[in-house]
Design a protein around this ligand. Structure first.
Ligand SMILES: *[C@@H]1O[C@H](CO)[C@@H](O)[C@H](O)[C@H]1NC(C)=O
Ligand SMILES: *[C@@H]1O[C@H](CO)[C@@H](O)[C@H](O)[C@H]1NC(C)=O
Ligand SMILES: *[C@@H]1O[C@H](CO)[C@@H](O)[C@H](O)[C@H]1NC(C)=O
Ligand SMILES: *[C@@H]1O[C@H](CO)[C@@H](O)[C@H](O)[C@H]1NC(C)=O
Ligand SMILES: *[C@@H]1O[C@H](CO)[C@@H](O)[C@H](O)[C@H]1NC(C)=O
Length: 399
């Protein structure tokens, strides 16, 4: 286990104090989010990413893994209103964000009984988890979270020790992606509501198996590990969205930081903390000198420019802020917090786009599928959430 002290010399260049970027609290955020909310298609579809030229959202059917992020962004602006107050100047008085979040969540309700999202039911559950924080007796939201947790639990295989991420033509080919760490939170939420320890035990087992097989000795991660569902053996380790099988896809690395920091918050298992630290350390020490998160840490620099992934930056920033909160000492926590602010500064400088419908540009949805230089709904969500968290932590004012 790496002690925080050992990390200090490595990270020293990154711990200079950064100022939080003002754009995190710009009134353009509520303006754009409100415009998007008002123009959601009927029957409802949800924004996922933008085109590359004008930054216009492309909308997708509810049964898509990203559908929960826009409703959750509306809930996040409701949270921001609570934290910051609503004024004409900060733009938060322009709408009832809670009503908008609830209305936008309605299109997700049919997914409780049927969806094709595999492990991503965790992401679909986000707006309902937000709703329960406001109204713990909302039956629609309670049913949704319980059903999504049951869906994920049903994907657990005790021989492998993981929940299955993707379905495969050969059912014995059991595919787990690092992203799956983020979906475990729904198991904790419903364990908290019902006391069902099976859900908690599945989350812990999945994290422990991932810790063993998804992480390289240098703290980097494989995107995909395939297991044999009948023997539990690892068949192969590879990429799906990264540059190559042995490269490190930055968004996967970011999900891993966040997922293990979250796991430690629940378990207090020092191995989960050590893993979150190792992943974070790899992420920060492998950033290029411009501080911009590349879509894959091993993607070649030539031909330039190597595309960034602004969503990896904002996801990692949230993971680092959580790691900063759960760290064992204030000094160790401050390193991660400063690194998070540093990432947010660099990505704001590169990707803040007032003229686009998204908040940020320079997202890489899927480079092998030739889908990059876009805005991304989860990149924007985690940008807003990082701003809220910094205010909650007393590290930023609301303007
Ligand atoms: C309960 O939550 C659902 C979705 O989360 C929302 O659509 C509905 O408006 C909420 N009901 C009340 C009474 O707040
Ligand atoms: C706990 O959750 C598991 C997985 O969804 C389920 O099979 C089991 O019936 C639940 N236990 C209780 C007591 O509800
Ligand atoms: C998993 O192992 C079983 C038993 O050895 C074998 O029949 C099956 O083909 C294997 N599956 C894969 C995907 O390797
Ligand atoms: C990945 O493997 C290839 C071929 O085995 C090798 O050339 C390359 O350096 C490796 N990359 C990394 C990041 O380890
Ligand atoms: C950022 O996006 C702009 C266009 O929106 C593009 O010209 C630039 O090359 C991108 N930079 C990186 C590092 O991806």
């Amino acid at each position: 286990m790496l002690s925080p002290i050992l990390l200090l010399p490595v990270l020293a260049p990154l711990v200079a104090s950064w100022t939080v970027p003002a754009q995190l609290f710009s009134n353009l955020i509520p303006q754009k989010v409100l415009a998007t909310a008002k123009s959601l298609p009927a029957p409802i579809q949800y924004p996922q990413y933008t085109d590359t030229s004008a930054g216009h959202w492309l909308d997708f059917a509810p049964d898509t893994w990203t559908s929960g992020f826009f409703p959750t962004t509306l809930y996040a602006l409701n949270t921001r209103k609570t934290l910051c107050g609503a004024t004409a100047a900060n733009g938060l008085s322009a709408a009832n964000w809670l009503d908008l979040g609830r209305a936008a969540s309605n299109g997700l309700i049919p997914l409780e009984t049927h969806n094709n999202q595999g492990h991503d039911v965790g992401f679909l559950s986000f707006p309902f988890v937000e709703e329960l924080a406001i109204n713990p007796t909302n039956q629609t939201a309670l049913t949704a979270v319980k059903q999504f947790a049951a869906d994920l639990a049903a994907r657990f295989n005790p021989v492998v020790g993981c929940t299955r991420s993707w379905d495969t033509a050969d059912p014995t080919d059991f595919t787990v992606i690092i992203d799956n760490m983020m979906n475990l939170e729904i198991l904790w939420v419903v364990y908290g509501l019902t006391g069902n320890t099976t859900l908690r035990d599945i989350a812990v087992k999945h994290a422990d198996t991932t810790m063993k097989n998804h992480i390289r000795s240098d703290g980097s991660t494989w995107h995909v590990v395939e297991y044999n569902s009948t023997t539990g053996a690892v068949i192969r380790k590879r990429t799906s969205q990264g540059f190559s099988d042995n490269s490190t896809w930055s968004r996967g690395q970011a999900w891993g930081i966040y997922g293990f920091a979250n796991m430690y918050q629940h378990t207090k298992d020092p191995n989960h903390l050590a893993t979150a630290r190792r992943l974070a350390n790899y992420f920060l020490t492998n950033l290029p000198s411009d501080g911009i998160v590349p879509w894959d840490f091993n993607a070649p620099l030539v031909p330039a420019p190597r595309p960034a992934d602004s969503s990896a930056a904002t996801i990692a920033a949230n993971g680092l802020l959580l790691l900063g909160t759960v760290e064992t000492t204030a000094a160790a926590g401050k390193q991660w917090t400063n690194a998070a602010i540093n990432l947010l500064n660099h990505i704001t400088t590169l990707a803040w786009r007032p003229s686009w419908q998204s908040l940020l540009s320079n997202g890489t949805v899927n480079w092998p599928a030739n889908n990059f230089l876009t805005g991304i709904v989860y990149g924007d969500y985690y940008y807003v959430k990082a701003g809220n968290t910094l205010v909650s932590m007393g590290l930023a004012k609301c303007s």
